[in-house]
Design a protein around this ligand. Sequence first.
Ligand code: G16
Ligand code: MG
Length: 213
Amino acid sequence: PFKAVVFDLDGVITDTARFHHLAWKRLADTLGIGFDDELAESLKGIDRRMSLQMILDKGGVTLEPAEFDRLADMKNVWYKELIGTMTRDDLLPGALDTLKAVRAAGLKIGLASVSQNAPAILERLGIADLFDTVVDARLLKRGKPDPEIFLKAAAQLGADPADCLGVEDAVAGVASIKGAGMAALGIGKPSVLTEADAVIAGLDDFVLDDYLA
Ligand code: G16
Ligand code: MG
C-alpha cells in the first residue's frame, strides 16, 4: 500500500493553465509572435524560462540574456495579477475531498509543481495546511520530464518512491513520476497519458481504495 501521494498543481488541483495562457499570450503579442492553443498546451508543466524559450523559438526570435530575463519577469508580474483573484472556488472538482481523504487515511501529501508561485496559490486556495511538504521549484536543476522533482518530494516526505503515488495531468509530468520509480495516476485522457498506470478524468473520480490494493 502507498505511504504518500504527491500531487501536481496545475491541471490537477486547480486550473492555473488558463492564467499562464493569458499571460504568455500577452507577452507573445508584444513580440509579434503568434500564440495558439497548441503552443499553450505544449507549455503545460514546463518551467517559466523553458516556456519563454519555446515561444521565442516559435517566432524565430533571439534575445540578449538581460532582455530574456526582463520578459520572463514581466510575464510573471502579469501572471501574479491574475492569480491574485483566486479563491477556494478555484479548486477543481474533487480536489479538496481527495486531499482530505488521503490525509484521513494516514498517508502523507506532497506537492510537485515547477511553479515558483505554487506556495502562494496553495494559500489562496486555502489548502496549504493539507500538504506535508512542497518542493521548492527555485532549487530544481531540471524540470519535468526529469524525475528530480518527484524524487525530491519523496525524499522530503521520508518515503521510498516505490511507496508513493504521483498524480499528474501532463505527459511530461507522468514521465517524471515514472522516472522516479513511482506509480502514476493520470488526470485526463488514457489516449494521451499512455505511460500512466491508471487514468481518471478528474479528482472527482478519485477513489483512494482503488489505489491502495
Ligand atoms: C506549472 C505550469 C507551467 C508553468 C510552470 C512554471 O507547472 O503548468 O505552464 O510554466 O508551472 O510556473 P511559474 O512561472 O509560476 O514558476 P505545474 O508543475 O504546476 O504543472
Ligand atoms: Mg500539471
